[in-house]
Structure formats: C-alpha cells, structure tokens
Design a protein around this ligand. Structure first.
Ligand code: PMP
Length: 297
C-alpha cells in the first residue's frame, strides 16, 4: 500500500529502494518510541507539483528532535529539495510525504547518539470533501505538558492517539476528541479542532495541543476572510450542540464534524463558517487563488 518494488526513498543520505533499505533492530527508536516525524502534503497545483508549507514542516521536525535530544544535523532547504526529488523519482503528484528521524542503537535511557533520516512518500489524493465526522469524547486524555513535550511531533506520543482512535472506532464513531488533563477540549488524535458559535470560531489555545501548521493556516485564512477566531480553553459542553465544528490537519485538511457524542451540530455544513474555510484552504493548497495574500503559502 505504501510502497512496492520500485519505490524510492531517501534514507541515510542516499536514494535507495524502499524494499531494500535496512534498519537496526537494536535502534533506540524502535524500543522506546524515541523518534520524530512529520506529515507533509504535496498537491498537483495549477503551477505544477507543490509541497505545501515545507519550510514550516521541516522547521517543526528540527524543533521536535531538538526538544527531546535527538541529534539533528540536517538543513531545511536541503530536505525540501530532497523531498521534491523523492516525489519526482516516484512520479508522485498528489502525495503524502513522511520524514522520520530515528536513532541508532542505545539501550540506555539517555539522549540519542546518532540519528538517521528517512524521507518516504506515497500517493494521496486531495480530499476536501463533504463527508462529516461523528466524533466522541475519548476516555483517554491528551498527554500532559507536565510529562511530555506536547508541541513536538514525537513518535511515542502517538500511542495516545492510537488508543483514542481505536476506542472511538470500536464504539462506532469516525474519530475521537481528546480532552487535556484538566478536562478542557484539546484536539483530535491527529488534527486540531475549531468550533463555531454565533459567528465566531473558537479553538483551544496552545499548551496541551500540537500547534498544527493547518491550524495556523486556518487562522490566517480567517483573518483574510474577516472571520473572528478566539483561542481559549473550551469545555466539551461548550462544543456539544454548538453551531458547527471542524477538524484541521495536513492529512484531514478541513473536514466538517457532524456530531459530538451523537449530539448534532445545529448548522448545515453548507452554511457553516467551516465550509467557507474549507473552500479557501482548497484554493490555497491548489494555488488557485487570485487573491495575492491567499496565494502565498
Ligand atoms: N494534532 C496532532 C496530534 C497531530 O498529529 C496533527 C497532525 N500533524 C495535528 C494536530 C495537525 O497538525 P498539522 O496541521 O501540522 O498537520
């Protein structure tokens, strides 16, 4: 699904076949989840294949590694160039790019001695559709900033996301909504949330969430569109039965939420602020805008 016999990845400074690349079973990342990664999208835009906000993603990868002591001897501009080359060598247009930084063998619980970088990519069509998600408040709380670098995209953190997602799916929902350790709304397992109430969009403030690049983009879009965005602590009761809500993320893009704990949002998606944001986001990633401000990624 992600690769076949012909797929080329960039690993350890070289372009190699995914099927032939090898890693070490004694690596620190495999044993302790001590690795950092990114999820980036490339779109087949009217100006050719374009990676959306690559600088922001690779700078976050650097931040993620540095915040947990994973050696990061890489250069953002070079990694962007390599990413385009991975797309080209695999003939990919609409794609998902997955950089991953892993550490070499070290069984002690000390910082990484040496790291290795993988950049893989696979086909992933732009979605941005009308599907609406039914979500549920998870019994799992989002990891605490007192225990983890919540704003870093570190592999081990995703055990929390996997547990929340699987629980939601087992209960018949599309997706989970995690609260922070204090009971305020945090985020989805892999996306940030926005909630509409009386013409204003609310989104949880930074602190217990991953500061999403899509979240920042949506805030920019809203300022262009004259939509007020307020970053604040939200209780689940303030979200339930609100006018509308949506998830945003590199993979999710902008996707409407139909209900929370089976309580529907009251506005039709076509009337919701999220629907306007969704259209503007699509225009932006596909570089179709005629508005100069929105055309700049
Ligand atoms: N929160 C979490 C936990 C995530 O994994 C992601 C996906 N990276 C997001 C939010 C959205 O971040 P971004 O918009 O940068 O993809």
């Amino acid at each position: 699904m992600y690769y076949d016999q012909n797929t080329i990845i960039h690993f350890n400074g070289e372009f190699v076949k995914a099927s032939e690349a090898k890693t070490d079973l004694y690596g620190q990342s495999l044993h302790y989840g001590y690795a950092a990664f990114e999820g980036i999208r490339a779109y087949n835009t009217q100006n050719g294949v374009k990676i959306f906000k690559p600088f922001e993603h690779y700078e976050r990868l650097k931040y993620s590694c540095e915040s947990v002591g994973i050696p990061y001897p890489y250069n953002t501009d070079e990694l962007i160039e390599i990413s385009y080359e991975v797309l080209k060598r695999n003939n990919l247009q609409d794609a998902y790019i997955r950089p991953l930084v892993i550490c070499t063998p070290n069984m002690s619980l000390t910082k990484g001695k040496e790291s290795q970088l993988l950049i893989a990519a696979w086909d992933w069509g732009a979605y941005l559709g009308d599907k609406m998600l039914d979500i549920a408040v998870s019994s799992f709380r989002r990891i605490s900033p007192a225990s983890f670098k919540v704003d870093a995209k570190v592999s081990g953190h995703y055990i929390n996301s996997i547990m929340a997602t699987q629980e939601a799916k087992d209960l018949g929902y599309d997706e989970a909504l995690l609260l922070d350790v204090n009971g305020f709304v945090a985020e989805g397992p892999g996306a940030n949330i926005f909630v509409e109430r009386e013409g204003v969009l609310y989104t949880p403030q930074l602190g217990s969430i991953l500061p999403g690049i899509t979240r920042a983009t949506v805030i920019e879009i809203c300022s262009e569109l004259g939509i007020e965005v307020v970053e604040k602590q939200l209780l689940p009761e303030e979200v339930k039965g609100a006018d509308s809500a949506f998830y945003v993320g590199t993979a999710a893009e902008v996707i409407g939420i139909g209900s929370l704990d089976r309580v529907p949002f009251t506005k039709a998606w076509s009337e919701a602020l999220g629907s306007k944001v969704q259209k503007a986001y699509k225009t932006l990633v596909l570089e179709k805008s005629h508005t100069p401000e929105l055309a700049v990624a």
